[in-house]
Design a protein around this ligand. Structure first.
Ligand SMILES: C[S@@+](CC[C@H](N)C(=O)[O-])C[C@H]1O[C@@H](n2cnc3c(N)ncnc32)[C@H](O)[C@@H]1O
Length: 151
């Protein structure tokens, strides 16, 4: 279909997947830097006006994301759920999505809060985060039930 090419790389405090917070209520306050390659830097024009960004990136560490199962038991629950209802790193196409808060831009460096990726992770794309779905319309599927069970 197409050969993905990184537009940049993540500088993250996480060198080890085990250190990244997981499970119910996990928070991601860690700051990192998205370094965009010079060839793509002009595409950041006007980005300062957006508070949050969607970052599409690659689960490139094979030791974390090798293969996949269609039913998975996520760290948020003790019950198995369909892969496509989870954020498991083990998927047919190892593509990840993280919403980060843009703190500031320094040329081709985007300082952000909310990283959950390992240091050196390749970035595929960046888009502004614009949610227009009213909260009352959002359903949280099995996660809501798991949260109720855990109290
Ligand atoms: C649960 S996934 C969620 C990622 C993203 N927010 C999403 O929803 O697609 C986050 C986990 O991916 C793993 N991870 C982070 N960076 C990775 C990388 N470069 N390659 C493979 N796995 C990675 C870590 O184990 C981390 O806890």
């Amino acid at each position: 279909m197409f050969t993905p090419k990184p537009i940049g790389f993540v500088h993250s405090p996480f060198k080890d997947a085990a250190a990244i917070p997981k499970g119910l209520g996990a928070k991601h306050p860690e700051e990192g830097v998205l370094e965009i390659l010079p060839a793509f830097a002009a595409g950041l024009t006007d980005i300062e006006g957006f508070s949050h960004l969607i970052v599409l990136w690659v689960f490139d560490r094979i030791e974390v994301s090798d293969g996949f199962d269609l039913m998975v038991t996520p760290p948020t629950d003790s019950r198995p759920h369909g892969l496509f209802t989870t954020r498991s790193p083990r998927r047919p196409n190892p593509i990840a999505l993280t919403v980060v808060e843009l703190l500031r831009r320094e040329g081709a460096l985007l300082h952000v809060r909310g990283v959950d990726m390992l240091d050196g992770t390749p970035i595929l794309d960046i888009k502004p985060y614009l949610s227009n779905i009213p909260e009352e319309k959002l359903r949280r599927g099995w996660l809501a039930e798991a949260e109720t069970r855990k109290g």
